[in-house]
Design a protein around this ligand. Structure first.
Ligand code: ADP
Ligand code: ZN
Length: 303
């Protein structure tokens, strides 16, 4: 979908636990301005956010604002706590009203969803999920987070998916590492996100050579989670982003592990001869989250 001058002018916030990225524009070809700053206290961070958008809004009014946020967060627009960060372990942010101060300052429609649902929507509109109605977007970085669509609708449900906290088989003889999730220890994120790699091997992922045994184990854990997603949701594609997936050699290893674990049970050419098009990096690269926030905002304008 090209972004033409008839596309509304909107704002997007990619709200991460370590940094915020705020942008204004209409889509991938027309980002007019962008600012990045660290996520500090809610008061300071939201004030900087307003300081970025307000002058733009006065000059060329924003039709809506889209927020893709770290979480957990209340993304249910019918809930009294809609727009709040909820049970996050991030210091200072628990039970923070995120949307309220922005609505007070800017008075525009605001779409508020998880960072991964935002990225999924960006991929749907402009990236690797175009034309699909059931797919998953995963980030494997500081944590593991997943979002996406089922039947053309972003997944929300009871709260929102927490795919990174799935529990997986963990062979403690082969891998005695306890896991680093503060809630579950050896959930998917606890075993396979960037901090787990670093804690298990004593060095950050980007310093581990391709031949290191870390990567076969990593591919195995990533594949275990993907197989569960394939069996639970029957996605038409799995899009894998985040810092750890910068290791491009992981993709072929993960695909082979997925095939071995499925044992031919789920039958579709997507999982056999077309698997290179089934487990893929984001079409929007590392801009999926930022553009996803713009896509969320465009959705809020459309109604
Ligand atoms: P965030 O999850 O905070 O948005 P990233 O997706 O960049 O940020 O994830 C950061 C995590 O990914 C860190 O644990 C880091 O060690 C790891 N990481 C970042 N780049 C690489 C890389 N090239 N190879 C392996 N691990 C990486
Ligand atoms: Zn967990």
């Amino acid at each position: 979908m090209p972004d033409t001058s008839t596309t509304p002018f909107v704002g997007g916030i990619e709200a991460g636990g370590t940094k915020f990225v705020c942008t204004v524009g209409r889509g991938p070809q027309t980002i007019e301005d962008e600012i990045r700053f660290p996520t500090t206290t809610p008061d300071e961070t939201l004030a900087r956010t307003v300081d970025f958008f307000r002058p733009w809004h006065e000059r060329s009014p924003l039709a809506a604002l889209g927020i893709g946020t770290f979480g957990p967060a209340d993304v249910d627009s019918a809930s009294p706590r809609f727009g709040h960060i909820t049970s996050t372990p991030k210091p200072g942010w628990r039970n923070t009203d995120f949307v309220g101060p922005l609505r007070d300052a800017l008075d525009v429609p605001i779409a508020f969803d998880t960072d991964v649902n935002a990225a999924a929507l960006g991929e749907y509109r402009w990236g690797a999920a175009q034309g699909l109605d059931t797919f998953v977007y995963l980030t494997i970085g500081t944590g593991i987070g997943g979002g996406g669509m089922v039947g053309g609708t972003l997944m929300h449900g009871l709260v929102h998916p927490e795919m990174g906290h799935m529990l997986l088989p963990h062979d403690r003889d082969a891998d005695p590492f306890e896991g680093v999730c503060p809630f579950h220890g050896d959930c998917w994120e606890g075993l396979a996100a960037g901090p787990a790699l670093e804690a298990r091997w004593g060095q950050p992922g980007h310093t581990l050579p391709e031949a290191h045994e870390a990567w076969d184990l990593e591919a195995h854990y990533i594949a275990l989670g993907l197989v569960n997603l394939i069996c639970a949701l029957s996605p038409e594609r799995l899009i894998l982003g985040g810092g750890v997936m910068q290791q491009a050699h992981l993709f072929p290893r993960v695909r082979i592990n997925v095939q071995e674990l499925l044992q031919g049970y789920v039958q579709d050419p997507a999982l056999t001869r077309h698997i290179d098009d089934y487990i893929v990096p984001p079409g929007l690269g590392n801009q999926a989250g930022m553009l996803g926030a713009i896509a969320l905002a465009l959705g809020a304008v459309d109604g």
